[in-house]
Design a protein around this ligand. Structure first.
Ligand code: ACO
Length: 310
């Protein structure tokens, strides 16, 4: 049986930083309020002319380097984004061009903050069925472009960035299972109309996120006949420290086994899970053989999880 396994990871945050103090000068908020309610200390944002593809390229090159792969090895690109460079071509195709890859399938996935979990789940199925052997999977966003920087309810929460993994065919697992869901009935709670800014009913989104993520943790463990204690690392979507803590409590997991990067970059939407994964792989916390539970919840609503042996 063929599995897909993560061969390497990469992450990139744009150079420009907005601290909570910077935001105090822009909207009626305080550093204390932001840290207490969200856990966020700063976020990175793209500079003029810098695009989602620019961030994606940097993360992708680092992931390929970590995996020991060259562009010639890549036969599939799946890129999750809500903030593409153009209506078309897809940002995946723009990235393919930058990397001088020709002929592989390349497409974008739009599932907002769950985008990377969707993209990795899709790429896993390509590899398991033999349609691809080495996939580049990216989550990249310049979400700052669709934020109303005069709205304190949303501007303090989000940031830009990109994360990537190389997924390769293997005799050993790998990705153990993926669980992807959506319910479009909740459009009005979190959406960004065309030519308008992101709008969110934060309180209601918060409640839905906590309940839904608890359920998906149970679904994922049941599907693999595993116990909560079998999970070495929770790698959650980085939206809000309180949502992350609530999910960890449901797993009976101490925060020592939860990867938390939200303080450093806020909610980077589709980039958040791969950025967290890359941080913990590079600093040596996540080791080969560890069991990882990745999960996310976002606009749509969409939600999903992946259980993987690293
Ligand atoms: N600074 C200071 N005060 C603020 C700010 C701010 N930036 N924003 C809101 N407030 C005020 C509100 O106006 C309200 O004041 P009031 O009591 O006088 O009316 C008070 O703070 C409390 O507001 P709540 O909305 O009840 O605060 P809450 O504790 O729910 O925190 C937050 C708000 C941080 C937005 C929280 O609801 C949250 O994190 N929600 C989930 C958001 C999320 O994760 N979204 C992403 C989902 S994924 C995706 O796809 C994008």
């Amino acid at each position: 049986m063929t599995y897909s396994r993560i061969a390497g990871t990469g992450g990139y945050l744009p150079e420009k930083v907005l601290t909570n103090k910077d935001l105090e000068a822009m909207v009626d908020t305080t550093d204390d309020w932001i840290r207490e309610r969200t856990g966020i200390r700063k976020r990175h944002v793209v500079s003029d002319g810098e695009t989602t593809c620019d961030l994606a390229e940097k993360a992708a090159r680092l992931a390929m380097e970590a995996a020991g792969k060259t562009p010639a090895d890549i036969d599939l690109i799946v890129l999750a984004t809500t903030t593409p460079d153009k209506n078309f071509p897809s940002t995946a195709c723009l990235l393919q061009q930058r990397l001088d890859i020709h002929g592989s399938a390349a497409f974008d996935v739009q599932a907002v903050c769950t985008g990377f979990v969707y993209a990795l789940g899709i790429a896993d199925k390509f590899v398991r069925t033999g349609s691809a052997r080495c996939a580049l999977v990216v989550g990249a966003e310049s979400i700052s472009r669709i934020i109303d920087w005069t709205d304190r309810g949303t501007s303090v929460l989000f940031g830009d960035g990109a994360g990537a993994v190389v997924l390769e065919a293997s005799d050993e697992p790998g990705i153990l299972s993926s669980h992807l869901h959506a319910d479009g009935a909740y459009e009005e709670l979190l959406h960004a109309p065309l030519d308008d800014y992101l709008q969110m009913k934060g309180n209601e989104v918060f409640r839905m996120a906590v309940n839904t993520l608890g359920r998906i943790v149970d679904e994922t463990l049941e599907a693999n006949n595993m116990q909560k204690s079998d999970v070495d690392w929770l790698v959650p979507h980085q939206a809000n420290i309180r949502i992350i803590q609530a999910t960890a409590r449901k797993l009976n997991m101490s925060m020592d086994h939860v990867v938390v990067t939200v303080a450093e970059h806020g909610n980077t939407s589709a980039a958040s899970v791969p950025l967290a994964l890359d941080a913990a792989v590079r600093d040596g916390r996540i080791k080969r053989g560890d069991t990882l539970l990745m999960e996310a919840f976002g606009g749509g609503f969409t939600w999903g999880s992946l259980l993987a042996r690293y």
